[in-house]
Design a protein around this ligand. Structure first.
Ligand code: ZN
Length: 182
């Protein structure tokens, strides 16, 4: 999820503490799993979430900017799909990866169903916002969801703890990447 320059220390516009340290683990996941996909924020200037538009966040992940690009070391070429979200200036459900679409306009749930996926492992940024929303909507969509808690970081530590509890009580599984066996 959203492993993009603007979410990464030291100079991202909305840097998540420790977010930059996940890159090796996330790359290991991409190599480990038979299929992987990535979402990214892709905001227009007039996006509702920006402070200057009355929202909560500094301006981040503007379309066609360096801030919206993936971490430069992310194994992008090994991803099956890359999806964009947050391009609608007023879509307030856009924390969730299930609001993301491929270049061809296909939504995440459809991509997963067409691939025959039953179980979704979630990693990336940020735990208390987009990762949380994606895990919860995955459960609502009927997928098994596993949150890889060592492959995500929250904007706010307490909210991260709460997000983990919400995902667990919603029926999700909490695991660590080091526990994965295939
Ligand atoms: Zn955003």
């Amino acid at each position: 999820m959203d492993y993009q320059n603007d979410f990464l220390p030291p100079d991202g516009a909305l840097a998540v503490p420790g977010g930059d340290e996940l890159v090796d683990r996330i790359n290991e996941l991409i190599e480990l799993f038979p299929h992987s996909l990535a979402t990214r924020d892709w905001h227009p200037e007039n996006h509702y979430s920006f402070e200057e538009n009355g929202g909560k966040w500094p301006k981040h992940c503007l379309q066609e900017t360096r801030g919206a690009e993936f971490h430069p070391h992310l194994y992008q070429e090994k991803l099956d799909f890359k999806l964009k979200k947050g391009f609608d200036p007023e879509d307030r459900s856009d924390y969730s990866g299930f609001s993301a679409e491929t270049e061809g306009g296909k939504e995440l749930a459809k991509v997963l169903r067409e691939a025959g996926a039953e179980r979704l492992f979630v990693a990336g940024l940020a735990l208390d916002y987009c990762v949380r929303a994606t895990a919860l909507s995955g459960l609502e969509e009927g997928f098994q969801v596993v949150l890889l808690e060592d492959c995500t970081e929250p904007v706010n530590g307490d909210d991260g703890e709460r997000a983990i509890e919400e995902i667990r009580s919603g029926g999700g599984e909490i695991a660590r990447s080091t526990d994965l066996e295939f």
